[in-house]
Ligand binder design. Structure first.
Ligand code: TYD
Length: 132
């Protein structure tokens, strides 16, 4: 059975000074972490993503603000609303993702399993659907 996109609640330590959230490869992250990048200064109405990956697996976290992630697994769409810095969305390889409805000032952290390679991207939705 193909792995599904899913939300992962991340361990958080809260005290009077604030909150600290952590994740590691052995407990919360189901892949070897190779690269991080983050989206910010996102204009109103902007849409990010719009692609799938042949190999890359990913975790997205709304470090600040909120946005909606639409994921297609080759059969159906699923929507995930991200707005808490202690919740990650795991997206397996071969899942199409679109990120929309960014609130003002939002920051999207992305932790991924591979080095950057344009060859790993599928940027044509119909081509992506043909892979199933
Ligand atoms: P892309 O992955 O299409 O952005 P998003 O999915 O967030 O909308 O990447 C946008 C551009 O940045 C594209 O030209 C590739 C480049 N890029 C890198 O050079 N290195 C990276 O690690 C990433 C994620 C993107």
């Amino acid at each position: 059975m193909q792995t599904q996109a899913r939300l992962i609640e991340l361990p958080t330590i809260r005290d009077e000074r604030g909150a600290l959230t952590f994740l590691d490869e052995w407990n919360q992250v189901p892949f070897e972490m190779k690269r991080i990048y983050y989206l910010y200064d996102i204009g109103t109405g902007s849409k990010r993503g719009g692609h799938a990956h042949l190999k890359m697996e990913q975790i997205l976290i709304a470090l600040s603000g909120s946005f909606l992630v639409r994921v297609h697994d080759g059969k159906k769409w699923e929507e995930f609303s991200l707005s808490y810095p202690y919740v990650g969305l795991y997206i397996p390889s071969m899942n199409w993702r679109e990120i929309i409805n960014f609130s003002s000032g939002s920051v999207c952290l992305s932790i991924v399993s591979t080095e950057y390679s344009e060859e790993d991207y599928i940027r044509d939705f119909s081509l992506f659907c043909q892979g199933f």
